[in-house]
Every structure is written in structure tokens, then in C-alpha cells.
Design a protein around this ligand. Structure first.
Ligand SMILES: [Zn+2]
Length: 364
């Protein structure tokens, strides 16, 4: 049986004076983790702002002599009654009251929620030292949904100040809080994990085109999302490249995909297509009648595909022709001695036609 989820978002809440209990467990002087400000994006603390200093009584993987093990979570020190919220959407896979999260007065509440990171990978967040649990096993929860409150704490392994024990395990739903209690496998630093695998933000990709083409795919992307830019040259132009800060991006094709990690401004540049030009005509062979005569035309520019033609004339009469050909080289056999004219043509896709001719003397 799962119970119905209540939308439990109080409109306002009175935070009354509370005494900060001076019982320090790990160390009051331990500095707040460097990424605390980013962690706000995923805070499991609902109604008590995260001001950093003094509120982190234990960072991840601290060695605890009392436990003879490492603390596999962070402890967020807040007054008893502080609402605890799910850091992301998820489903409850572990829930209950147990002595390891309680104190001398009895068991304490703990909840494990299976969440997914932005890559779709499941991980398990443990929220411990709770009272008045609002969820049950199998419940679906939303980011920010209240799952319980921080409980009063009197002597839990020597600790007597209320706090949220918040851990993340990437492999298993585990109530383990330190290596003294069980396997440390899969436990990761919650700050770093959430920052690196869950945080998304929007990036703007701005594209523009120089003369000769058009571009697409300007817009906003979530960081980690793949953007595919398309540069389309106009007729008579070729795509030159994508440029950023006036520098060409190596390896970026007209269809350019990349993972968006920051704002980017990219410009597609195009160049006019080079004109089809003959570079030369080479005619060679034994130059004797009846033997093979080879011809090869060389061109540059233009637009593929190309077609070629070759004619051999003697006294204005065509004695050999080959048209059309996909190849720029030809073989023919001049039948008799004399003076011939070899003519080779190239026609590109756009119909541009170029030719070259050469006089050839064939001996008997
Ligand atoms: Zn803890």
C-alpha cells in the first residue's frame, strides 16, 4: 500500500528563536564545502536558508574516531522541525524509523529516494534523522516535495544537535551512514555528484552567416544538451567553416554537433565556388600509328560530378570520340601517320564547359 502524496508546501512559516546547541560533533571549525552556493540548486532543506558557515557540521568522507569509520554523507545542521525536501523528482525506495538514525529516546526516520541524474542514471539519496515522515515506500515524489522534518537529537553516537544526514549512493539503496556500519561502495560526495551530474542551466548558442549561405540552430540549450548547427551554402558558394572569435573551429563540418557547456557565438563562413578551369592536357604514347595514344585532362574548381569527352581529329574529321565519360583519361589508336588534333572537354554539374586541345604528330 502506498499512501497518497500530500502537497505540503506551507505558505509561510514562523522561524522562532532557537538555540544553537554548542555540542559539536565533527568540528565547528570545519569550513563549509566550497561548492555550497551551487548546492542551493538541489537543497534538501526546505524552510531554512543555507547560509553555509557553521551549518555544515560534517563534510563527506570525514573520518570519525567514534565510529572507527568514514562518514559517507554530509550533515546539514538545522533546527529540529526544519522541513526536508526531495532534491529532485524520484521514487521512495526505502523508508522507516530505525535506531541508527535515532537517539537515546528512540528510532529516527530515514528515507531513501531513487533519483535520476541528467544522463538518466539512477542514484539513491539518503535523508536521515527525520521525524514526521510524509512519504512511504513506493511513493513518487517531486523535486522540492516535503518528505519529513529534522528531528530533535539527543545522543546519536555522541551527537546531540539536530541535523540532516544527507548521502548519495550511485549503486544501491543503502541506509549505511559510515563504513563502520557496512560497505562504503557507491557512496559519493553529494555536493560534487549533484553539481556534476544533475545540474543543468541554459546556454545560448548564437549563429550567423556571412554572405553566401544560411544557418540554423540558434537558440537556448540546457547544458549537456547536444546542439547541431547546419550551415547551408547558397548556389555558387562552398561552406568554408564555423568560426568562433574569428578562429576557425577545426573539424567542424557544415553539420556541426557539440555538447553545449557554455554560451557560444558561432559564424558560418562561405566562399565563392572556384570556377572550373583546365590545368592541362597531357597526350602521350609511342606516337606511332596503330599504337595506343593516351590522353589525360586535368581540371580544377567547378562542381562535382564532372563528365569528360575526348575527340581525336585528322583533317577536320573525327577519327575517335568518347563521350560522355566519368574518367578524365582516354586511350585511342591513331590509324595512320599524320597530324592530329586531340581535344578534351570537361563539363561540371552546373554545365560549365571547358576544353583543351593539342596537336599530335603520329609517325608511320
Ligand atoms: Zn551524518
Amino acid at each position: 500500500m502506498t499512501k497518497m502524496i500530500k502537497s505540503n508546501m506551507p505558505g509561510k512559516r514562523l522561524i522562532t528563536f532557537f538555540a544553537v546547541i554548542a555540542l559539536i560533533f565533527c568540528s565547528a571549525s570545519r569550513p563549509a564545502p566550497a561548492k555550497a552556493e551551487n548546492f542551493e540548486y538541489f537543497t534538501p532543506i526546505y524552510n531554512f536558508p543555507d547560509t553555509g558557515s557553521g551549518q555544515y557540521q560534517c563534510v563527506f568522507n570525514t573520518y570519525l574516531p567514534e565510529w572507527q569509520g568514514f562518514h559517507l554523507a554530509i550533515d546539514m545542521k538545522r533546527p529540529a522541525g526544519t522541513l526536508v525536501a526531495s532534491v529532485l523528482d524520484g521514487s521512495v525506495v526505502g523508508c522507516g524509523y530505525m535506531q541508527s538514525f535515532g537517539d537515546k529516546n528512540g528510532p529516527g526516520g530515514a528515507v531513501i529516494i531513487a533519483h535520476q541524474n541528467k544522463y538518466g542514471e539512477t542514484f539513491y539519496a539518503l535523508y536521515g534523522h527525520l521525524k514526521e515522515l510524509e512519504v512511504s515506500n513506493g511513493d513518487t515524489v517531486a523535486k522540492g516535495q516535503i518528505i519529513g522534518k529534522i528531528m530533535e537529537l539527543e545522543n546519536n553516537y555522541g551527537v546531540s544537535n539536530p541535523h540532516l544526514h544527507f548521502g548519495i549512493n550511485t549503486q544501491k539503496a543503502s541506509f549505511v551512514g559510515n563504513t563502520g556500519e557496512g560497505s562504503a561502495d557507491g557512496f559519493v560526495d553529494p555536493y560534487i555528484y549533484l553539481e556534476q551530474t544533475c545540474k543543468t542551466f541554459l546556454c545560448t548558442v548564437t549563429t550567423s552567416a556571412q554572405a553566401g549561405g544560411t544557418v540554423s540552430a540558434s537558440g537556448t540549450y540546457e547544458n549537456g544538451e547536444t546542439a547541431t548547427l547546419i550551415a547551408a551554402p547558397n548556389k555558387g558558394y562552398l561552406f568554408d567553416g564555423w568560426y568562433e572569435n574569428d578562429e576557425k573551429i577545426e573539424g567542424a563540418d557544415a553539420n556541426y554537433s557539440f555538447i553545449v557547456k557554455s554560451d557560444r557565438t558561432l559564424e558560418a563562413r562561405f566562399t565563392p565556388e572556384p570556377v572550373l578551369t583546365v590545368k592541362g592536357l597531357s597526350v602521350y604514347g609511342p606516337m606511332t600509328s596503330g599504337d595506343p595514344l593516351y590522353a589525360n585532362i586535368f581540371v580544377s574548381g567547378g562542381t562535382a560530378p564532372y563528365k569528360y569527352a575526348f575527340y581525336l581529329l585528322k583533317d577536320g574529321e573525327i577519327v575517335y570520340k568518347n563521350y560522355p565519360s566519368q574518367n578524365p583519361y582516354f586511350t585511342c589508336y591513331p590509324p595512320e601517320a599524320g597530324t592530329y588534333t586531340a581535344i578534351a572537354y570537361c563539363i561540371d554539374k552546373k554545365g560549365t564547359k571547358v576544353s583543351e586541345r593539342q596537336t599530335v604528330t603520329i609517325r608511320a
